[in-house]
Design a protein around this ligand. Structure first.
Ligand SMILES: NC(=O)c1ccc[n+]([C@@H]2O[C@H](COP(=O)([O-])OP(=O)(O)OC[C@H]3O[C@@H](n4cnc5c(N)ncnc54)[C@H](OP(=O)(O)O)[C@@H]3O)[C@@H](O)[C@H]2O)c1
Length: 508
């Protein structure tokens, strides 16, 4: 029996898919970030002594003969700032588990990194001198030494930066590069490293090598790498942007030196002559980029192909600069009823929920109704003017003029929407609406988007959603991967979506 420690990570997940396809049995462990609920997968924190005892029992129970060890702390910037954390995870756990392997006669397969080299000379074979430049590389190098001294049946595999399609974009160094490409704010200028060389390896290509390590019982230290890939981060940006069809004139190549918080080696090119690397198949970077980004790519909105698109737009904050209006009106209503509402509280409430829900939960029914009534009365006030977000009015004019299938999907009540419609003719001309009364659970539930889909979707090829908050993103995610976030960097950094601050370049 095989055991994959860290099955919830990038390599662990891909390996388990690979073994599933081959019908190979295994057990696995995860810790906390990405829980997996299956009979053969166990939740264990290897920094806890009692979990190590449990782990030993599991090894005996399942008669484990091989451990594939994928547990690591690898976020470079975390590693650089917290040596104690990475020492615990990258060295102490490896030390413990490799000793257990020796005691239980289990083969220990361990991953290491090209960052054990300083990148000044190329190529680097398994016998080349190591000289890691940062904490991550140092911790991995020490872990290698522990494995070598603790157990006799081991295989250490050093790889360059790994990537996969089976993760969020911010989960690995290669797809993280796309975060600059998918930020469509034209006035934000980025710099990208056009100096250091990356030789990224697709994890699917690595799996076959691991399988051979097991089948042919490789022992010792190996390098596994893609001998064909050689790119700077800026060049990878170009590949991604060409595939996704986005303009990256605002990303400037920096050809002088490497940038970032931790020192990164120039080129850690790996080689290994212990086996014939050219017998392995490798996925071309362009091919893997298209696999990963296919779900984010779509044609530009164009009247000649209007039947291809189904477009959903959130209202408050996304097409209307109305969050402040709602705040001012609620503030007034709270004060009229003897309560206070400051902007900080307001921001925190609407980040996670609707104000209506908040009032209903916090106050008794009569007070909550009074606050809402008072808020709506105040909203009708002629001094309260509606302002569209950057060129969203032009976008809506365009969609109406060319008869696109689109709708507005909002958490706002019919009463709010009617007040806005009375103040603004353009909103009156929008035919399709989903308002709070049309569905049961408010965003972040997907009820509203599912309702929009049910009522208005006509089998168009591309579904586009425009939102401005986390709850909006989570709600829209159920019906599409093509999500545009208006002016919310926090949401953009956390989730897979485009970021915009202007609607003018989004249509022909
Ligand atoms: N990714 C790369 O670019 C790259 C490049 C070269 C070498 N490598 C090597 O490849 C191996 C696998 O890396 P990866 O990219 O798959 O890493 P990853 O995605 O960060 O996954 C790390 C795994 O370790 C688990 N883990 C972390 N702390 C733990 C603890 N205290 N107890 C138990 N489990 C814990 C995590 O569990 P939860 O998420 O469930 O908490 C997760 O399953 C590592 O040895 C790494 O050095 C990776």
């Amino acid at each position: 029996m095989l055991c994959i420690c860290g099955i919830s990570g990038l390599v662990g997940r891909e390996l388990s898919n690979y073994f599933d396809n081959l019908g190979i049995q295994y057990i696995g462990t995860y810790n906390r970030y990405r829980s997996i609920h299956k009979n053969n997968i166990f939740q264990l924190d290897f920094t806890k002594e009692d979990h190590i005892y449990q782990f030993k029992d599991i090894l005996k129970l399942y008669n484990v003969k091989i451990i594939i060890f994928c547990i690591v702390e690898r976020v470079l910037e975390i590693c650089e700032n917290n040596w104690n954390v990475i020492k615990k995870v990258n060295i102490d756990i490896v030390d413990t588990v490799s000793k257990i392997c020796n005691e239980y006669n289990i083969k220990f397969i361990h991953y290491s990194t090209d960052y054990v080299f300083d990148g000044f000379t190329q190529p680097n074979s398994p016998s080349s001198n190591c000289n890691p430049l940062q904490n991550y590389g140092i911790s991995k190098y020490i872990s290698e030494c522990r494995v070598k001294s603790n157990c006799s049946n081991y295989c250490i595999i050093r790889t360059p930066v790994l990537y996969t399609s089976n993760c969020k974009l911010n989960e690995n160094a290669l797809t993280l590069i796309s975060k600059k490409c998918m930020d469509l704010r034209k006035n934000v200028i980025y710099e990208e490293d056009n100096y250091s060389i990356r030789r990224p390896l697709y994890i699917k290509d690595l799996c076959k090598f691991i399988y051979n390590v097991i089948q042919y019982d490789y022992i010792g230290l190996y390098h596994f790498y893609n001998p064909y890939n050689k790119y700077t981060k800026y060049e990878i940006c170009k590949v991604i942007s060409e595939y996704c069809n986005v303009n990256i004139d605002n990303i400037k190549p920096n050809s002088n030196s490497s940038i970032g918080n931790a020192p990164r080696p120039y080129d850690t090119q790996l080689v290994d002559t212990q086996y014939d690397i050219y017998k392995y198949d490798f996925t071309d970077l362009r091919q893997s980029i298209s696999d990963i980004f296919t779900k984010f790519r779509h044609d530009i909105i164009n009247r000649n192909h209007k039947n291809k698109f189904f477009i959903c737009l959130d209202l408050d904050g996304t097409i209307l600069e109305s969050n402040n209006i709602h705040y001012e009106c609620y503030k007034y209503a709270f004060e009229k009823n003897g309560y206070n509402l400051n902007k900080k509280e307001w921001d925190e409430i609407i980040e996670k929920d609707t104000m209506e829900n908040y009032c209903n939960n916090k106050y008794d029914k009569t007070i909550s109704e009074q606050i809402k009534k008072c808020k709506y009365e105040y909203m009708k006030n002629e001094n309260i003017q509606i302002v569209f977000t950057n060129n969203s009015d032009k976008f809506i004019e365009y969609l109406i003029q060319y008869n696109f299938n689109f709708c507005i999907v909002t958490n706002s009540s019919i009463q709010s929407v009617n007040i806005f419609k009375n103040k603004c003719d353009l909103l009156n001309r929008v035919r399709n609406w989903i308002v709070r009364e049309d569905y049961s659970k408010s965003k972040p539930s997907s009820d509203c988007y599912k309702e929009a889909y049910k009522r208005y979707y006509r089998n168009e090829d591309i579904i586009l959603c425009y939102e401005d908050t986390e709850i909006g993103y989570l709600s829209a995610k159920e019906i599409t991967n093509h999500i545009y976030i208006y002016n919310n960097i926090k949401v953009y950094q956390q989730y897979d979506c485009y970021l915009i601050d202007d609607y003018k370049d989004l249509f022909e």
